[in-house]
Design a protein around this ligand. Structure first.
Ligand code: FES
Length: 74
């Protein structure tokens, strides 16, 4: 899935993957969020990812990764 590959790359490029335990859920949540809302606000991104807990990143890197996918070519 090329869309999924771009999300995975954005997570890696933004340091949003550390131990990787939460990464599959975060990446799939991002995919679902962006399919439903291609231009989410930061609050909507945080809400979209909120079903997954991460003990490593503090979430900002994930928000940055998702924001990097907005508005550009995905
Ligand atoms: S990267 Fe370790 S729990 Fe999220």
């Amino acid at each position: 899935d090329p869309e999924l590959a771009k999300i995975q790359k954005a997570f890696v490029d933004h340091g949003a993957v550390q131990c990787g335990f939460c990464s599959p859920g975060m990446i799939l949540a991002t995919c679902a969020l962006l399919r439903e809302n291609p231009n989410p606000t930061e609050a909507q991104i945080r809400r979209g990812l909120s079903g997954n807990l991460c003990r490593c990143t503090g979430y900002q890197a994930m928000v940055d990764a998702v924001e990097s996918l907005i508005g550009g070519e995905r």
